[in-house]
Design a protein around this ligand. Sequence first.
Ligand code: XMP
Length: 486
Amino acid sequence: MKIRQAKGLTFDDVLLVPQRSAIRSRNDVNTATRLTPAISMRIPVISANMDTVTEAGMAIAMARAGGIGIIHRFMTIEQQVQQVRRVKRAEGFMVEHPRTISRRDTVGRARAIMDEFDVGGLVVRNGGDELVGLVTQRDVRLAPDRNAPVESVMTPPDELITASPGISIEKAREMLHSMRLEKLPVVDDAGKLVGLITAQDILKQNRHPDATTDEKGRLRVGAAIGVQANDIERTAALTEAGADALVLDIAHGHADHCLKMIETLHQKFPSAQIIAGNVASKAGAYDLAMAGVDAVKVGVGPGSICTTRIVTGFGVPQLTAIMDSVSGVKEAGRNIPVIADGGLKMSGDMVKALAAGAAAVMIGSMFAGTEESPGATVIRNGQKFKVVRGMASLGAAMGRRAAETPADESAESQQDWDKVVPEGIEAVVPYRGHVGEVLYQMVGGLRSGMSYGGARTIPELWANAEFVEITPAGRRESHSHDVDRV
Ligand code: XMP
């Protein structure tokens, strides 16, 4: 048995000491960071892989704002793949797998596909991958005969203007404008369809200048995986669907089976960006870093809905966990990001987490109340709330079981819920509007914080950080006090 004499500290135990600063305006700071060595982001914020926080809607909003969302894994492989695909399709100046229709399909069918997938046009194909025309809303909307074949209303091949693979966004914009086109199919030398560029997608790119995008201009997205046998299959499917990073996320990431899984992932998916966790110690971060992960996720029990520390007695106050993990990664000689996961209540906590050495923060409940989260909405005393639940809560376990069990399953195979030992709770949080608004406030707080720290960049914030431990009186003084709030 050993006992550490140094106190474990968390966000509320400290403040940052203001530093001499040459920064005149908070607009003069740069909040750019890395999710992994290969993926950069303009804001250091990640939405958590929880089933009440991140599905495609949240991931799209996060990536547009300059962060990233991690799609949770508590759904079937097909469902998770669909979620990833939705994000990858949301933007990008070229759609890689545009919706298609056969020339002999009917006008009615073309309308139905456009409505179902909310697209303004379909590429007409000739059985295989050969492009034979283009049909748009304008061609079908008022067509008198819904049973007429698509080829009777489409733009025929000899009138089609196409582009070659590798076209730049500037060139595509110029072609669309000068020829007053809405859509530009991309075909290779053999006439095979490679993608579709639309005026709408180019406009969207302009609307989100900070967006986290891949080399094709598509939004980036991460997806969570576990350590079960079918997680290799899950990883293969997610990678194929275009997931940019895989988050190997288990409650106790400093475990042999986690390290083994990292080894297997490296063998089978050598180019995948792998983030692994969660750990809360120097040794844990060291071992993950030595195993070759691309980022280490830190936090055992700080989360708003976590009861791990109460149920098991294990955990490390989050600020200490971040600092220890950063030193573990350094000791391993790896220059990889540390992600501070959980426990953030306000923007000042994010500044402290970053100043302690994290490259980015992961957030659950602060985002669970937003429009984009998949959590259910509830009304209490006339006020709107949204549900948030720990992924190790009883409710989440029951939800998972219901999703996995066929409806006609017999009663005796039902789980005995008394035997579940939850390490999380279910709760509600006030509705907070769009996540973009929450992020705006948070990033504003970060920018201001960086100017107090004399830091133009996050690495400068690391270098300049000086924490002071505070007393309960200091904490009381930090909040508004001795006034009646209006
Ligand atoms: P916040 O505080 O942002 O934390 O809501 C989000 C993080 O909490 C973790 N998490 C859990 N931890 N039991 C736990 O001990 C749970 O049931 C649970 N569910 C989520 C997770 O790391 C998440 O990102």
